[in-house]
Design a protein around this ligand. Structure first.
Ligand code: ATP
Ligand code: MG
Length: 430
């Protein structure tokens, strides 16, 4: 098969890992989303490797400085390869069905360290479209679950018995939503039947994992489809009761803020990545709940609310952590964003405030709240922009990101096209 050079370039580190493993007579393949994306003619954002080598063998091949074992539920080895600074490659050993699987009373798999063959590994993967293995030497794809046909037919199909696979790992429900939305695919009938009514399983997902998975479900270009599916499957109130409660109160403006934030994040995916993006996402997603908590605590008096936002925000995150746990470094930065809202609202200490490391993102959040009708502009955006002293090369980026009028108009036009594409996508599938 012909592999586009852009795909090979993007996967250079993972390809290096596969070649090194193969040179030691281990079986090694590129697997999962990167092969799916190759067949869909898109460039993946990460490349995963599956191998017959055991974690110890992988670490001894690459050395402990380049390879380290991670993964709580099953072992993954992160290998540094390719150019300096390239993202590490996730290498997993073929999983088997063995006896070393530790399940909870409700069937959820907590730990799984049984190893097996490629054919067994296939059955442990979530979806047929994600269970394709690319053999780089032979230039062919191993497909034991008709994943290629499902890609051609535009179908998401859970491998094995869908209700059982969802009970084993309820995060798979969110993954089904994410891929159906992102790749514009439909659910196979048995998969859809199992997804309906499975939302409550999400209550058992570990709070740390949910923090990442809920974000990945929505933070992409086709978030509107993902959102519709979350509602259709009645998954939101189980995954994120605090957000569902804020959305149930139409006067909170949280619905409009969520829409504004997701649209802006989708627009900025090339500029804003990683932790910064995720923190801003949750700072906006939780804003309605924070305002409610502030009112309940009687700390929403006008003026500089930064202390109140910080104090109540901290309590809110602690309360939330039984459901979704914000990791410690993200927590401090999120609280900072919230505190800065108080300063921006009240135009406090401009020099000091503008110098804050998260000023740009705080201003973006303020802009979204204004656009969502949660707070009046009253000249605030103009005031803070006039305080900024960006270098000429930064001007465009900053303006664009904090939503200046000129750029708002332009991004509005782009959003229009996107929305049209999304609607078109849904129509095509129905
Ligand atoms: P993306 O484009 O978002 O990276 P992906 O399919 O590569 O999509 P990853 O989270 O990178 O998703 O996972 C890599 C592969 O690992 C998947 O394609 C799938 O085969 C397997 N996998 C990941 N999560 C699960 C899960 N919860 N259950 C079973 N298999 C999984
Ligand atoms: Mg991937």
């Amino acid at each position: 098969m012909d592999i586009p050079s852009a795909w090979l370039e993007a996967g250079a580190s993972a390809i290096e890992v596969v070649r090194a493993l193969r040179s030691r007579q281990h079986k090694a393949y590129l697997v999962g989303g990167c092969v799916r994306d190759l067949l869909l003619d898109t460039i993946p954002h990460d490349f995963d490797v599956a191998t017959s080598a055991r974690p110890k063998q992988i670490i001894s091949l690459f050395g402990p400085r380049r390879a380290r074992r991670v993964g709580r539920r099953f072992p993954i080895v992160l290998v540094r390869a390719g150019e300096r600074g390239a993202a590490p490659v996730e290498v997993t050993t073929f999983r088997g069905e063995g006896s070393r699987v530790d399940s909870s009373a409700n069937g959820q798999i907590r730990r799984d360290i049984s190893y097996g063959s490629l054919r067994q590994d296939v059955l442990r993967r979530d979806l047929s479209i994600n269970a394709l293995y690319l053999d780089l030497d032979q230039g062919c794809v191993f497909d034991h679950v008709d994943g290629i046909e499902d890609i051609q037919q535009g179908l998401i199909r859970i491998i094995g018995d869908p209700p059982l696979r969802l009970r084993e790992d309820p995060v798979r429900l969110l993954r089904c939503v994410r891929f159906a939305a992102r790749l514009e695919l439909d659910f196979a009938a048995e998969t859809r039947a199992a997804l309906d009514g499975s939302g409550m399983l999400l209550r058992a997902v570990s709070p740390a994992r949910l923090y990442d998975e809920f974000y990945k479900t929505l933070a992409h270009d086709r978030w509107e489809c993902a959102w519709e599916l979350l509602l259709e499957l009645d998954a939101l109130r189980h995954a994120f009761p605090m957000l569902a409660a804020a959305l149930n109160d139409p006067s909170s403006g949280q619905g409009a803020l969520l829409e504004t934030a997701l649209e802006a994040l989708a627009e900025s995916s090339d500029r804003l990545r990683g932790a910064r993006r995720q923190i801003l996402f949750y700072a906006a997603v939780l804003w309605g709940a924070l305002e409610r908590a502030l009112a309940a605590a009687g700390r929403d008096a006008p003026g500089d609310r930064s202390d109140a936002l910080g104090d109540v925000g901290l309590l809110l995150l602690q309360q939330l952590s039984v459901n979704i746990r914000v990791p410690e470094p993200h927590r401090a930065r999120m609280l900072n964003l919230w505190r800065l809202q108080g300063r921006l609202e009240a135009r406090v200490e401009p020099h000091h405030t503008v110098a804050a490391s998260s000023f740009d993102d705080a201003l973006a959040l303020l802009g979204w709240r204004i656009r969502a009708g949660m707070i009046e502009d009253a000249g605030r955006l103009h005031f803070w922009r006039s305080q900024q002293r960006p270098s000429p090369s930064e001007t465009r980026r900053r303006r664009n990101w904090d939503g200046s009028e000129e750029e708002e108009r332009r991004s509005g036009e782009r959003s229009g096209h996107r929305r049209e594409r999304r609607r078109h996508g849904r129509r095509r599938r129905s």
